[in-house]
Write a protein that binds this ligand. Structure first.
Ligand SMILES: Cc1cc2nc3c(=O)[nH]c(=O)nc-3n(C[C@H](O)[C@H](O)[C@H](O)COP(=O)(O)O)c2cc1C
Length: 302
């Protein structure tokens, strides 16, 4: 039986866990390939897959998320397990720490059979902010080889009879829902801009518009991201900003003004676009790292 153990990481700690896991499974008699998610091109030759991700702000790194997304069709055909690495204290030893909201959505998407959180590692000389400042007070290694091998033994017992799990389709991430939120945000901005243009000067209207745009898109983004399975903040912010630009181009510049003058204005056009992007992205990131979201996810109704 061929098993792939793969990981997505930023600083190498998760690779150490994957290697202990891979070696242990080999000792249990499985043919194991242990490699980074960046090296995997196909899952065709594997009968089971174990995917690990380092946690940063309760989220896996983008290469681990992309791996699951890119290979989701193949992952749904084999038994899959996830592991996260983790906590820079002994909390993972004291209790089972459930998958974070984002990781559990990924796990559901491919019907993963199980998930475990292992302790993490932060080296004293960790580079980059905020890791370097965290390392000044909280460096250390909480990866426990015994616990990793014990999990490998459990998997080894399950693997020969394991079947693929049942995937969950998250409608919250659908393209129509994504675009509908962009249209609502654009329409709310237009609903503020039109009366303003009738009542005050163009510059005053643009200033009020610039001030209100972040509030509108924060509210729209909050509504969008609160549903389980919504898309990631960065692609959402990109799609919404592009959608608003397209709607402006077609309806405002094309149908109403019949020229492209609006795209010469930083205050009236480009600054609002930038604010839409930032408000959407920041709201998504804040909501995916909020502790209350994680608690709600644990209770199954995030
Ligand atoms: C900036 C930063 C944010 C982190 N956020 C989390 C977190 O949200 N949850 C957690 O359990 N561990 C968190 N950690 C700890 C890492 O997950 C841990 O160091 C892990 O072992 C890193 O794996 P890697 O070396 O493979 O990148 C964080 C570490 C850093 C530096």
């Amino acid at each position: 039986m061929r098993v792939l153990v793969t990981w997505g990481s930023k600083r190498g700690g998760t690779e150490g866990i994957a290697r202990i896991l891979g070696d242990a499974l080999e000792q249990h008699g499985f043919a194991v390939v242990t490699t980074s998610v960046d090296e995997v091109t196909s899952l065709d030759t594997f009968d089971a897959v174990i995917v690990g991700g380092a946690l940063y702000g309760n989220r896996w790194p983008s290469n681990a998320r992309r791996f699951v997304h890119r290979h989701r069709a193949q992952l749904r055909k084999v038994p899959v397990w996830f592991f996260s690495s983790g906590p820079l204290d002994d909390s993972a030893e004291r209790q089972d720490i459930p998958a974070t909201n984002q990781v559990s959505v990924l796990a559901e998407r491919v019907g993963a059979r199980g998930h475990i959180t292992f302790g993490g590692r932060l080296e004293r000389d960790a580079k980059g902010f905020p890791a370097s400042s965290m390392a000044k007070t909280g460096s250390g290694d909480w990866r426990n080889p015994e616990r990793i091998r014990a999990w490998a033994a459990r998997l080894a017992a399950e693997l020969p009879r394991a079947t693929p799990g049942t995937p969950v389709e998250h409608r919250a991430g659908s393209i129509p829902r994504l675009l509908a939120h962009a249209v609502v945000g654009w329409a709310l901005c237009a609903a503020i801009m039109v009366p303003l243009l009738l009542l005050v000067s163009r510059t005053a209207a643009q200033v009020v518009h610039v001030v209100t745009v972040p509030f509108i898109f924060t509210a729209v983004a909050w509504h969008y991201f609160r549903s389980r399975g919504a898309r990631d903040p960065l692609p959402t912010a990109m799609v919404w900003t592009a959608s608003v630009a397209l709607l402006d181009l077609v309806f405002v510049a094309g149908l109403v003004q019949r020229n492209l003058e609006m795209f010469e204005s930083v205050l009236g056009t480009w600054l609002p676009f930038a604010l839409i992007f930032v408000a959407t992205w920041a709201t998504g990131v804040a909501m995916s790292t909020m502790p209350w979201r994680e608690r709600a996810a644990e209770q199954g109704h995030a």
